[in-house]
Design a protein around this ligand. Structure first.
Ligand SMILES: CC(C)(COP(=O)(O)OP(=O)(O)OC[C@H]1O[C@@H](n2cnc3c(N)ncnc32)[C@H](O)[C@@H]1OP(=O)(O)O)[C@@H](O)C(=O)NCCC(=O)NCCS
Length: 425
């Protein structure tokens, strides 16, 4: 791990401390060799005082043991019909997996317990089809889960539920995880499967607002591969019920869980409940982020080299674009009121968020600020992004005469030969 990564992680710690993450791992993830690494990731979360509830599936193991016994399961993932034979397979598979998970937790010095926290009822007869032993969650025992969590014990939840009358039902683990996340008001619900994220059309979506996902699910569900529909549906529903962030990640990637939770870029898909992006004025604590964000661009001479002190001196001029409380872009507006001119400077967008219109939003925002302050003209200097300002933001190439007097002097002394761009606002 690089020191820079560590700094990135540290910024999240106060946000997530004592919060609950519900993690839903598919059976195929639990039986994969990388699962031991996933447990290490969970150990890191626990060591940072993040509470975890682990729900697991069993579809792969049910299919596998049916094959070994030359049986045909009536359903493997708890959404179809579960006949008696399939229920037996599910009980053995789920209990074996829970045992393996508890064993793994113990090997990592983590306390965990098989929590009987889900009461179930029959899924019932749908359009004339009796789903037999397939169940649905009727109640989550929050008190039990909270008491385990408060003692530092990670509840491990199998995809099974009891009805209190001696019946066991096969449950879909995505659905169980969603309902636990809602019930515990979890900060995150993290679906871990064996694919890289949620595919919509041809691409894996990196982020999607839940209402957009809802729209796709309602209007064009064919855009989502059928095997991912369940997770997509539960992700959208969880957000609608108040879970702010749902992640869909690939559990076969080493340190994938940590990368997803502790970096803006993530490795999978983030489904978020609301518009969580905003532009705000910079404050003292942002100086380090501004420097960290744009250091590479300064090294490449895309931006003028600025020290911590230079930024601090004109910090009031800076605005930050943040996602999920994390700065991912910045811009400054230096004002020359005597000449009714503003200089747009230090525009930088984290390359992981390139081409999402963030740069243009910051330019528009700066133009509005300038106009509110009574300025009539904006200038900007650029060595490598002048075409961007011309093509995407309506600037045109100007000359040294367009610069405010004071700025002209520094321009000449800086000797960067930047292009000068101007725009009336
Ligand atoms: C220039 C910069 C701010 C663009 O940010 P962004 O949020 O990715 O840009 P947007 O999403 O608003 O616009 C993307 C479009 O601009 C184009 N674009 C991006 N950078 C460009 C550049 N340097 N030159 C020309 N076009 C560029 C993209 O190709 C894309 O085009 P498309 O819409 O046709 O696909 C960003 O690349 C950056 O931080 N660059 C390094 C710092 C810099 O040069 N700052 C400006 C000097 S103050």
């Amino acid at each position: 791990m690089k020191p820079r990564d560590l700094r990135g992680i540290l910024q999240y710690i106060p946000i997530f401390r004592e919060k609950i993450f519900v993690i839903a791992a598919d059976g195929a993830v639990v039986s994969h060799v990388n699962f031991s690494n996933l447990l290490l990731d969970i150990a890191v979360l626990r060591s940072l005082n993040i509470h975890v509830v682990l729900v697991h599936g069993a579809a792969e193991q049910i299919a596998q043991s049916a094959k070994e016994q030359s049986l045909t399961p009536s359903d493997t993932n708890g959404t179809g019909i579960t006949d008696d034979t399939t229920l037996k397979l599910a009980i053995i598979a789920a209990n074996t997996l829970t045992h393996e998970i508890l064993e793994g937790f113990a090997a990592n010095d983590l306390r965990a317990a098989n929590a009987n926290a889900v009461t179930a009822q029959p899924f019932g007869v749908i359009k004339g089809i009796d789903h037999l032993n397939t169940g649905q969650v009727s109640r989550i025992d929050n008190e039990l889960l909270q008491s385990l969590i408060s003692k530092g014990i990670t509840p491990v939840i199998p995809p099974l539920g009891f009805d209190g009358k001696g019946n066991t039902f096969r449950l879909n683990s995505d659905s169980v995880a969603r309902q636990i996340a809602e019930s515990l008001a979890a900060t995150k619900l993290i679906f871990i499967s064996t694919v890289d994220g949620l595919q919509v059309g041809e691409e894996i979506k990196r982020q999607i607002v839940s209402t957009d996902l809802e729209m796709i699910l309602n209007n064009s569900p064919k855009n989502i591969p059928s095997v991912q529909l369940s997770k997509a549906r539960h992700a959208a529903d969880a957000c609608a019920a108040g879970v702010p962030r749902v992640h869909i990640i690939n559990g076969l990637i080493t340190e994938g869980l940590l990368a997803e939770v502790f970096s803006n870029e993530g490795i999978g898909t983030l489904v978020y409940a609301n518009e969580y992006r905003q532009i705000r004025s910079a404050s003292k604590k942002d100086v380090a982020s501004i420097l960290r964000l744009s250091r590479d661009a300064m090294d490449r001479d895309q931006l003028i080299d600025r020290s911590k002190e230079t930024i601090e001196e004109c910090l009031d001029d800076y605005s930050i674009f943040e996602i999920d409380d994390n700065p991912i872009a910045c811009v400054a507006l230096h004002q020359y009121p005597n000449e009714n001119t503003g200089e747009l400077a230090h525009l930088f967008v984290n390359p992981a968020y390139a081409r999402q219109g963030i740069g243009q939003r910051l330019i528009q925002y700066t133009e509005k600020q300038a106009s509110k302050s009574g300025l009539t003209k904006i200038v900007t200097l650029s060595t490598q992004s002048f075409a961007y300002f011309e093509n995407k933001a309506g600037f045109s190439i100007g000359s040294v005469e367009d610069l405010p007097n004071e700025r002209r002097l520094t321009y000449q002394s800086q000797d960067r030969n930047s292009k000068i761009l101007i725009k009336q606002v």
